[in-house]
Design a protein around this ligand. Structure first.
Ligand SMILES: Nc1ncnc2c1ncn2[C@@H]1O[C@H](COP(=O)(O)OP(=O)(O)OP(=O)(O)O)[C@@H](O)[C@H]1O
Ligand SMILES: [Mg+2]
Length: 252
């Protein structure tokens, strides 16, 4: 059984069919990429999976359970975390604090009560701090833990975002254009981090325009164009697919 399954998903915005009859599965432990030209429906697809938008019709199944119609926090609690096309760092907070926010979203006593140091949250606070530090170490940015997050290089901010998403202890991580705005060195680094996340046993669904990154790290690729799935295959086969080549050449 697939960990995540998208089944005949549709999303209309007025007269525009942004996602049209899209079906595919994501197996546990794989890195699956969704590619396609600007406006193909990739971010909309992520919004449908994560509960940020209601679908017009169709189903999303996580471990066989239908999750369409659930609220974003419910979807997150089930084990689906995401990052955004535009980096969202909390300003006025350090890298470590940005990660701790992700952890608090998952913890029992919650962010608000621990902010006010209510009884019984002190020990949990320490655990969250330790766990968050551990994640920064895993993503090789422990040295900037106490630096203001918004003053970090974009590559490091991406790593903080990954750590914050991982703090929610997801089974699957949805990454929307993690290499956007990064230089080629930072992009290669992000590719390494994504592979490392997968090696931790976390399944990855990746939207990305950087084709060398996609071809390098993906196990399978889905291609969207004008909301429709036009191909799904191994990276090597996608690179040779005449229809895929046509939509990418047509884009230039
Ligand atoms: N909330 C919305 N209301 C109306 N139209 C929308 C909305 N969100 C997206 N769209 C439209 O739906 C289509 C798909 O957009 P989407 O953002 O999913 O594309 P994308 O594949 O992520 O593109 P990009 O590669 O540029 O990020 C576009 O035509 C877009 O203008
Ligand atoms: Mg997008």
């Amino acid at each position: 059984m697939d960990l995540l399954q998208v089944d005949k998903l549709h999303k209309r915005f007025g007269g525009l069919q942004a996602v049209s009859d899209v079906s595919f599965g994501v197996r546990s432990g794989q890195i699956k990429a969704v590619i396609g030209p600007n406006g193909a429906g990739k971010t909309t697809l992520f919004n449908l999976i994560s509960g940020a938008l209601p679908s017009s019709s169709g189903r999303v199944l996580f471990k066989g359970q239908e999750i369409q119609g659930k609220k974003p926090h419910q979807v997150a609690q089930l084990g689906i975390a995401r990052t955004y096309q535009n980096i969202k760092m909390f300003s006025g907070m350090t890298a470590l604090e940005n990660v701790m926010v992700g952890r608090h979203l998952q913890s029992r006593s919650g962010f608000v009560s621990s902010m006010f140091n209510l009884p019984g949250t002190r020990g949990e606070e320490r655990l969250i701090r330790e766990k968050s530090m551990e994640l920064l170490g895993l993503l090789e940015i422990a040295d900037v833990a106490h630096v203001s997050a918004t003053s970090l290089a974009f590559g490091q901010q991406r790593a903080v975002e990954f750590a914050r998403a991982l703090a929610m202890e997801p089974e699957i991580l949805l990454l929307d254009e993690p290499a956007a705005g990064l230089n080629m060195y930072e992009t290669a680094e992000v590719g390494r981090l994504i592979s490392r996340i997968r090696d931790l046993g976390i399944t990855v669904l990746l939207v990305e325009h950087d084709m060398s990154l996609v071809m390098d790290i993906s196990d399978e690729i889905v291609v969207l164009s004008f909301g429709q799935k036009i191909a799904e295959n191994l990276p090597a086969a996608i690179q040779q697919d005449p229809e895929v080549i046509k939509i990418y050449l047509g884009e230039e």
